[in-house]
Design a protein around this ligand. Structure first.
Ligand SMILES: Nc1ncnc2c1ncn2[C@@H]1O[C@H](COP(=O)(O)OP(=O)(O)O)[C@@H](O)[C@H]1O
Ligand SMILES: O=C(OP(=O)(O)O)[C@H](O)COP(=O)(O)O
Length: 399
């Protein structure tokens, strides 16, 4: 466990401007937040600082904006939910730096909470650009990082700021690292990992190391399509990153060398439209129609996944098996989640799951409370599992 300063080391902060990096990258459907877990997890840090009289200035990203500001990725959409969870007013500013941010901060009273605009509206955020980091730092006296789930990103607000301001870990950052160490520090074998979801390009590389740490890797979601295509299976119009085929092949070779079983879907539920109630059918994985997309793994595959969960002593899970937000493509994710919850409750399994959408999927399945531990983090948790020291954590410990 890396040593870093925590809120316990902070005193005399009344009137100080504390820049708090939180992860508000929450699932949203039709403009509404569908899962507030990430907000609930950072609430203790925000409320503690506010109670101590600090001016709490929240920094966060939302989504992956491509070309600067876009209204659908504005944090002003999330602010009402943050306020509701905190039970306190949350002001917003139209930018994370510059005049808009400075004047909003200047108007704060002790204990106030302000949410600055999406840091990723500036290119400098993801580049960890020195000028942008300086512009962010101009609005704070102290920096607190409570975004464990974004700690695998060496961005201005997750890493750069810690070089410019006195830096502390928030309560969630601290608690997540402790819980993961306790649950997965020396996991009982066999260890089975389930990796699904849609963030294929940002997660595929870490599978190269993960296959050396686990006994079996069950792949679902968009990630599975990429592996299937690499193996020569036609995936039609499915979410698939064809240019990552070589990486997928290399991971399969690494897995074979490490003795890690790779489990790909045997069947899939396909549709021609990405919408609720879309006409769909279950097909063999080698018979995906050219004009259709796989939106869930099929019932045969679910039985295989359940058999691996049954064999496992430890389960780590990031990324839903299908597009669970749209019925009926939630079936496989719900069935696997319920089964893992059942095994955990029976004392037969240690189950650790994480990721913004994964948490939402487990809540949707009514299974989250029965998992051994649910992390707010997906990619960060898998990178931690790989044995990597996350840049956002390393910098807090002076590394
Ligand atoms: N077969 C699929 N096709 C398209 N999208 C999928 C598929 N399977 C899963 N998804 C999508 O993956 C998203 C979650 O992926 P990701 O962000 O990687 O997970 P997490 O946030 O838990 O880390 C969900 O929005 C889900 O709809
Ligand atoms: O949602 C997040 O990660 P996750 O999808 O791995 O759970 C974090 O907010 C990081 O977002 P990013 O993957 O766009 O850097």
């Amino acid at each position: 466990m890396p040593a870093f300063k925590t809120l316990d080391d902070l005193s005399g902060i009344a009137g100080k401007r504390v820049l708090v990096r939180v992860d508000l990258n929450v699932p949203v459907k039709d403009g509404k937040v569908t899962d507030t877990t990430r907000i609930e997890r950072v609430a203790p840090t925000i409320l503690e600082l506010s109670k101590k009289g600090a001016k709490v200035v929240l920094l966060a990203h939302f989504g992956r904006p491509k070309e600067g500001p876009s209204p659908d990725l504005s944090l002003s959409l999330i602010a009402p939910d943050v306020s509701k969870v905190l039970g306190k007013p949350v002001a917003t500013a139209s930018d994370s730096i510059g005049e808009a941010a400075a004047s909003a901060v200047a108007g704060m009273k002790d204990g106030d909470i302000l949410l600055l605009e999406n840091t990723r509206f500036h290119k400098g955020e993801e580049k960890n650009d020195a000028e942008f980091t300086k512009a962010l730092a101009a609005n704070g006296d102290i920096y607190v990082n409570d975004a464990f789930s974004a700690a695998h990103r060496a961005h201005a607000s997750t890493e750069g700021l810690a070089h410019l301001l006195p830096a502390y870990a928030g309560r969630t950052m601290q608690q997540e690292l402790e819980a993961l160490e306790k649950g997965l520090g020396s996991p009982a074998r066999p260890v089975v990992a389930i990796v699904g979801g849609a963030k294929v390009s940002t997660k595929i590389d870490l599978l190269m190391n993960l296959v050396k740490k686990v006994d079996a890797l069950v792949i679902g979601g968009g990630m599975a399509n990429t592996f299937l295509a690499a193996r020569g299976t036609n995936v039609g119009k499915s979410l698939c990153e064809h240019d990552l085929g070589e990486t997928a092949k290399q991971i399969m070779i690494e897995a074979a060398t490490a003795g890690c079983a790779i489990i790909l879907p045997e069947d899939g539920v396909v549709a021609r439209e990405f919408k609720a109630g879309a006409a769909n059918q279950t097909v063999d994985i080698n018979a995906i129609p050219e004009d259709a997309m796989v939106l869930d793994v099929g019932p045969k595959s679910v039985e295989v996944v359940k058999a691996w969960i049954e064999r496992a002593q430890t389960l780590v899970w990031n990324g839903p098996l299908g597009a669970f937000e749209i019925e009926p493509f939630d079936k496989a994710t719900v069935a696997a989640a319920k089964y893992a919850a059942e095994r955990t409750k029976a004392g037969k399994l240690t189950s650790v799951a994480g990721g913004g959408d994964t948490v939402s999927a487990l809540n949707h399945a009514g299974a989250a409370d029965d998992f051994s531990y649910v992390s707010t983090a997906g990619g960060a948790f898998l990178e931690w599992m790989e044995g990597k020291i996350l840049p956002g954590v390393a910098v807090l410990s002076g590394k």
